[in-house]
Design a protein around this ligand. Structure first.
Ligand code: DGJ
Length: 742
């Protein structure tokens, strides 16, 4: 998968993609191509690719003694500001206050197979037979700096992973004030910059901004990837559709402050960069010190937005999600939050658990409020000791009752937080993220613990471990409900470590806690959460195979949230709960069938008061759970297709297929008067040479492919008898099965 030609041209390729780099005339590392596979490249092909004689008009030769050479219009792998290229560079480094205009030259190249999984830091991993890596070492002799960039290509996938680490080889201390993890340079193809932006309760809405000369950026300075923006971004060619056309995806395997930006210059050259946000960041490199940037991944597809979602999902499910959870059935959860909020005791919980078990659910998740004296959100975070008023016989006894029902048990924690009204805070006021100034912001009545301090991480681990052992715990819901303000670590101050390292060290502390839990309890299922989907990223997914995607459980809103999420993340990565009506976030009433049809795409759960359900509703839940169990692997790990265009907001069609089986769900939000009499939904994944069973009707693949699935008959004011969908918030599920070839 890797060709190296005369030590100057590097070609990573498989049957889907090619990524080509070369050594520029000044020995810096240049970029040549990323796109559909070029197969094996001959010497002639290489010559052809590297030939560049036309200097772009208006560029100034500041560099070297070659009238035709300038960095200004060259595609580079590691651009830096300060030479003949005036765009923003990928890294900045100072010695004291003096900028070092680094001149990294290619020094060494090596290749190796496989990529180990290490819990200390999230990154992709692969078996030896599944990946090849190319490590290029760049040296700046004068500034005594070394940069190693490792590119990994994976068997059968359209993704390249990029890792970088910088080493200070000199005795002189240096200051790294920015280091982007990934750079991708492309010629503009009327690109739209696609990003997943939104807010609390409205996460990951797909936004697309056409590029124009200048810079566009999204990012986070909240200490977490955030509700507002997501590190997953893409460049979509203007003519790309759902299923065709070129799209480049990019993501970071990181959960902290990030920046994703795209700059287009006067010659239509596009520079996409992702990495730790340089604001509030600077890292001191003492002699011999190494700084490793988070991993960045770039994905290419020429199969449009569905191709991007599918490539991203395939890569994440194989090379980011923990091997233990890959393809493993996820339990159907009952979560008590929207059923009880803080108002519960053991008796009530056990009754709910018994009812959930009777309906077919498999894991009871005890949410917020079980510890300290927490009857509302103003106290007790940090005191991970069961409330004796709620659990008079101890939490071990409660856990046994749940397990005796044949259910798994999950427990909610918010490990990174502490309430001012808590024993932990009384004992360790210095464990809080807090500037020496008097003012400290309180969010949701709580402070953030200083996870840059290893003693804090250790203490929280000890408290959580006690509960895991006592309850023989199967599942953790790891929440995080406020962001970091007045960022300052008393610990770093004591250690003489600059505060500009705080945000990154904080997130490394979060990863350290994940590492501790998963080292001792490797089979525990951790569900990530941050006030809903405020930390939905590959850093978290490396440890937690699923994340609570939003505090908005309304099925109509979830259609958009899940559609957005599926552009960059797999279906198995979000948990969906059927909740009560009127919905607690938007007050909307939708049918149970509609809610269940939306929630079944991905790991399923229920979060509502089971005792206020009618017998008919309970029966419908029972039946849906039987259906879900029969199709669980398809609905968790199948290939997902969005079958309606992004512009179609009133009708959404989702399909999921795996081998012989497919399920397609048609959703219509608002009813309309006199809709089209008859319409069909094209099915992208049908094999025209096979026959299919649509419910009990045998149809040829050609008919389904060329004509499509007949839409449900919509109520149009005259078809009282035959309408299959009437009124607002309608769903209709089709089952398709390929008939075995003779
Ligand atoms: C925010 C989460 O997203 C909710 O699901 C719930 O766990 C609450 N926190 C509990 O405080």
């Amino acid at each position: 998968m890797i060709e190296i030609i005369s030590d100057t041209i590097f070609h990573l390729h498989n049957e889907k993609i090619s990524y080509v780099m070369h050594v520029l005339p000044n020995r810096q590392l240049g970029h040549l191509y990323f796109g559909p596979s070029l197969g094996h490249l001959s010497a002639n092909d290489m010559d052809y690719l590297t030939k560049k004689e036309n200097k772009s008009a208006g560029t100034v030769k500041f560099f070297e003694n070659d009238g035709l050479f300038t960095l200004a219009d060259r595609f580079q792998e590691l651009p830096t500001y300060g030479s003949s290229d005036f765009r923003e560079g990928a890294f900045t480094i100072f010695a004291e206050d003096v900028p070092l205009y680094v001149d990294f030259k290619v020094a060494e190249v090596e290749t190796f197979a496989g990529k180990e999984r290490e819990l200390v830091k999230p990154a992709s991993f692969a078996e030896k037979a599944e990946s090849q890596s190319l490590r290029i070492t760049l040296i700046d002799k004068q500034r005594q700096l070394k940069m190693e960039i490792t590119y990994t290509i994976f068997v059968g996938l359209g993704t390249i992973a990029r890792n970088q680490r910088i080493t200070n080889l000199s005795a002189e201390k240096k200051q790294l004030s920015s280091l982007m993890s990934g750079v991708l340079e492309l010629r503009n193809q009327q690109f739209e910059f696609v990003h997943l932006s939104g807010a609390w309760l409205k996460e990951r809405q797909i936004k697309a901004t056409p590029l124009t000369q200048g810079t566009f950026r999204v990012g986070s300075l909240k200490g977490a990837s955030g509700h507002q923006h997501n590190p997953f971004v893409a460049l979509k060619a203007a003519n790309a559709t759902n299923d065709q056309g070129r799209v480049y995806g990019a993501n970071l395997i990181y959960s902290g402050n990030f920046l994703a930006q795209v700059e287009m210059d006067e010659w239509d050259n596009v520079r996409l960069m992702l990495g730790i946000h340089p604001e509030q960041f600077s890292w001191t490199l003492q002699q011999g010190a190494v700084f490793e940037a988070p991993e960045c991944i770039f994905t290419f597809t020429d199969e449009g937005l569905n191709g991007l979602g599918q490539e991203s999902a395939a890569f994440i499910e194989k090379h980011v999600i923990a091997p233990y959870w890959q393809k493993r059935p996820r339990p159907i959860v009952f979560n008590n939050w929207e059923a009880t909020y803080f108002d519960f005791d053991q008796e009530k919980l056990v009754a709910l658990a018994a009812e959930s078990q009777a309906l077919g659910m498999e894991c009871f998740v005890l949410d917020d409020g079980w510890f300290g004296k927490r009857d509302n959100d103003r106290s007790s975070l940090g005191d991970w000791v069961p409330d004796p008023a709620k659990f008079p016989n101890g939490i071990g006894h409660f856990a046994k009752q749940i397990h005796d029902l044949g259910l798994q048990l999950g427990v909610w924690f918010e490990p990174e937080m502490v309430s001012p009204d808590s024993q932990l805070y009384q004992e360790h006021p210095d464990w809080v993220v807090r500037h020496p100034y008097e003012r400290i912001s309180v969010g949701r009545g709580q402070y953030v613990l200083d996870f840059a301090n290893p003693a804090v991480v250790e203490a929280i681990f000890a408290a959580i471990k006690k509960i895991i052992v006592e309850t023989d715990l199967d599942y953790i819901k790891w929440d995080m409900n406020r962001n970091i303000t007045e960022a300052y670590s008393p610990y770093l101050a004591d250690e003489g470590i600059p505060q500009t390292e705080f945000f990154h060290r904080y997130i490394l502390g979060v990863y350290a806690l994940y590492q501790k839990i998963l080292t001792e309890f490797p089979e525990i299922l951790i569900e990530g959460c941050a006030g809903g989907g405020g930390r939905y990223d590959l850093g978290i997914l490396f440890y937690s195979p699923q994340i609570w995607p939003s505090d908005d459980s309304d099925a109509v809103e979830r259609l958009q949230i899940q559609t957005g999420t599926l552009l960059g993340y797999p279906m198995s990565s979000f948990s969906n709960h059927v909740s009560a009506c009127p919905n607690h976030q938007v007050g909307r009433n939708t049918s149970l069938a509609f809610r269940q049809s939306v929630a079944m795409f991905g790991p399923l759960g229920y979060e509502l008061d089971l005792f206020s359900l009618s017998a008919a509703e309970k029966q419908a839940i029972k039946e849906q759970i039987i259906f879900y169990k029969a199709h669980r692997q398809l609905l968790t790990y199948g290939t997902f297709y969005r079958m309606t265009d992004l512009s179609q907001k009133n009708e959404v069609v989702w399909g999921v297929s795996h081998q012989e089986e497919a399920l397609i769900a048609y959703f219509r939000i608002l009813a309309e008067a006199n809709p089209a009499a008859e319409a069909f939904i094209p099915v992208p994944f049908i094999d025209p040479d096979r026959s299919y069973l649509l419910e009990n009707e045998q149809l040829s693949g050609k008919v389904l492919k060329q004509i499509g699935l007949r839409k449900p008959y919509l109520f149009n004011a005259v078809n009282h008898q035959t309408a299959q969908a009437t009124g607002d918030f309608q769903s209709f599920v089709y089952q398709i099965k390929a008939i075995k070839k003779e």
